[in-house]
Ligand binder design. Structure first.
Ligand code: 13P
Ligand code: 13P
Ligand code: MG
Ligand code: MG
Ligand code: MG
Length: 361
């Protein structure tokens, strides 16, 4: 029967500020999943920056009320501890007081996929902090549609026909399927606008699921600034899908994403090991981690912390140079986001305050 791989994440309080998760919270999360997660085949609890990441396997399918409730309960009890320790922004990503059937729309980020486990099933869980779901658009495009990144598109007969991308409009609340390579120019019109459109899923042309991201924009849901939706992404690899090294290759060059300080700046994404996923400089720069697992009847064999590799050192160094460069712009665009993008921060209150002082001319 089919396996479901579910990743659910939330920030329920930072230690210290927005930089990390307190170790006690991770212990509570592990203990709860061990005791109450009878429906799980396996799980792995980790953190990237101030976000707790629950990686779970089971046979309950996607959108399982049982699994979502379990994750909600974990975050809820962790937030109780966060309040006790007076961690920063305790309960930050829990927008509702109670669980109602599905964790989507309640604040935490979710990426999950159901599939028939192959003879060998290598997967990568990408997890980012201080950025938003649109940050996956560029690397997903490269992994699944760019032959200069993924040579399998050229030389693997099982990849040569291309892929299908499901793109979600997070403001218009609608979706579209693009077929690649046929539609790449059309698709780039939309996925290049990362604040609005996000690649939610990638399928093979035979409708086999290949990648799923977390796509909700919490700050739109909350109506006020409550942090960024530090996103997660699941990618299946090898055998008609990108090789592990093809899925990691887009991160060998840093690129600019939205997030960083107060979720209001553009800055470089840095690929880092879990150990280095503690964003401090100007609350960043944004980080991405990649954990690899081999699935064995749903068991998570791993993890392999891919960005530990010295081969990503140049990307890190370039990212730090980019950070120095763009930080010098201070509160000026394009380092700071344009006014329209700051609509969900506290900035509108400043604008409102000055209303009477603007004179028509
Ligand atoms: P190995 O010979 O190390 O198994 O590498 C095979 C491969 O295809 C790497 O992408
Ligand atoms: P987080 O979404 O990671 O909590 O970041 C919030 C923030 O404002 C950082 O400056
Ligand atoms: Mg935080
Ligand atoms: Mg965070
Ligand atoms: Mg956040």
């Amino acid at each position: 029967s089919k396996i479901t791989l579910t990743v659910i994440k939330a920030d329920v309080g930072g230690f210290v500020g927005h930089t990390d998760v307190h170790p006690e919270l991770l212990e509570i999360a592990k203990k709860h999943l061990k005791e109450k997660g009878k429906m799980l085949i396996d799980f792995h609890v980790t953190r990237v920056g101030d976000d707790i990441e629950l990686i779970m396997t089971h046979r309950e399918g996607v959108d399982s009320e049982k699994v979502h409730k379990l994750a909600w309960d974990v975050f809820w009890i962790c937030s109780e501890k966060a309040k006790e320790l007076k961690l920063y922004g305790a309960g930050q990503d829990l927008l509702k007081d109670s669980f109602s059937g599905n964790i989507k729309g309640l604040g935490p980020g979710v990426a999950e996929m159901e599939f028939e486990e192959r003879k060998s099933e290598p997967v990568i869980i990408f997890m980012a902090d201080k950025t938003e779901p649109g940050a996956w658009n560029l690397p997903l495009y490269k992994m699944f549609a760019d032959p200069f990144n993924t040579v399998g598109l050229v030389i693997d007969p099982n990849m040569h026909q291309g892929f299908k991308f499901e793109v979600y409009d997070m403001i218009g609340h609608k979706k579209i399927i693009f077929e690649t390579p046929e539609d790449i120019y059309d698709m780039l019109v939309f996925i290049g606008a990362t604040g609005r459109h996000s690649i939610r899923k990638v399928y093979t042309k035979n409708n086999e699921i290949a990648a799923v991201s977390s796509t909700q924009r919490m700050n739109f849901m909350a109506g006020k600034y409550i942090g960024k939706d530090d996103p997660v992404l699941i990618v299946r690899c090898q055998n008609g899908l990108p090789a592990i090294g093809e899925a990691l290759e887009p991160f060998a060059n840093s690129y600019l994403v939205t997030g960083w300080m107060r979720g209001s700046h553009n800055g470089p994404m840095i690929p880092v090991s879990l150990e280095d996923a503690v964003p401090t400089r100007f609350d960043g720069p944004p980080r991405v981690c990649a954990l690899g697992f081999q699935l064995a009847e749903g068991k998570l064999i791993g993890p392999q912390d891919f960005f530990k590799d010295v081969a990503f050192d140049n990307a890190r160094e370039k990212a730090l140079e980019m950070a120095d460069y763009i930080r010098k712009m201070g509160p000026f665009e394009p380092h700071r986001l344009p006014l329209e993008e700051l609509e969900y921060t506290t900035l509108p209150h400043v604008v409102e305050k000055l209303q009477g002082r603007w004179k028509e001319e």
